[in-house]
Write a protein that binds this ligand. Sequence first.
Ligand code: 5GP
Ligand code: MN
Length: 338
Amino acid sequence: MNKEDINTIKSLLSSPKAIVIIPHKNPDGDAVGSTLGLYHYLKKLSHQATIIAPNDYPDFLKWMPDENTILKYDHQKEESDVLLKAAELIFTLDFNSLSRIGDMQEAVAASNSLKIMIDHHQQPDDYATYMYSDVKMSSTCEMVYNFIDMLGDANKIDRNIATCLYTGIMTDTGSFRFPSTTSATHHIIGNLIEKGANNSEIHNNIMDTNSYERTQLLGRALSNLKVIPEYRTAYITLTQDELNTFNFKKGDTEGFVNYGLSLKGIIFAAIFIENHQENIIKISLRSKGDFSVNELSRAHFQGGGHTNAAGGKSDLNLSDTIEKFISILPQYKQDLKA
Ligand code: 5GP
Ligand code: MN
């Protein structure tokens, strides 16, 4: 984002505006953290700001300051449409294409409001008036911090803003260990702790609130883990029946895919989760090094994301999806072969 854009946005924000902030569908820690962090900042500047999420997010995020004010488009469509119509400014956070907000995309595309994208995913679409897109960033939360800083308002960051931004940086970096974590990330984290983010409490809220059933489901996922050593690949499957057995709740499978990647020698891991309601197999892909799961997902699984973390889906049944997955590995043998 250049100085000129920043100056324009600064003058836009110098008088109270009706603002809507939108995260992607199935919001994760970075999506909820970045929208709430920006929300608290805009409220401080006396704007009328509302976050509208396409749908609900996991319980382990439901402690963040003011998260209970977030509207869910799938359940509060009327109220949301009124706000979207009246919005003078729409922020879209943590996604690169309007297709990532599901049923909200028509209302957003139809709106005449100025749009500001803040995002770190690859190959962003060109729908926003102002775009702050940087694939090198660890998280959208790190970018919201930079955005506030570029506007000359780092001194306005308080405990609420700091708590939300800390949470998203932490969740998107796997607690500061993925290669996207830079010294700048750590500097920002240091500043957020100084502003009042309670790091230990936040980790506890996110990581240590497992239900007994989720832990049992993890056990099942781990016993379903398969390894294809010649392609340094590991994958997990979970059927809808298995999810039902352990009383699956949104967010319960978050992080499971990383167990595949934790095996010595494995550089590519996947999880395939049957979803009867949407009639799809939801896929999460992770890699180490240069092997791009973003590209693989775009090419074969209707998704995308980052080089080392991407999502996607399949309309085939679970066993056909696995068959397809195994059959495409030879196309990537240059990257994957040991
Ligand atoms: P997850 O596997 O945790 O759902 O997603 C991993 C990363 O890929 C996240 O940054 C997420 O936002 C992104 N992602 C997930 N699904 C999709 C998708 O269908 N399309 C795109 N472009 N990105 C996705
Ligand atoms: Mn993110």
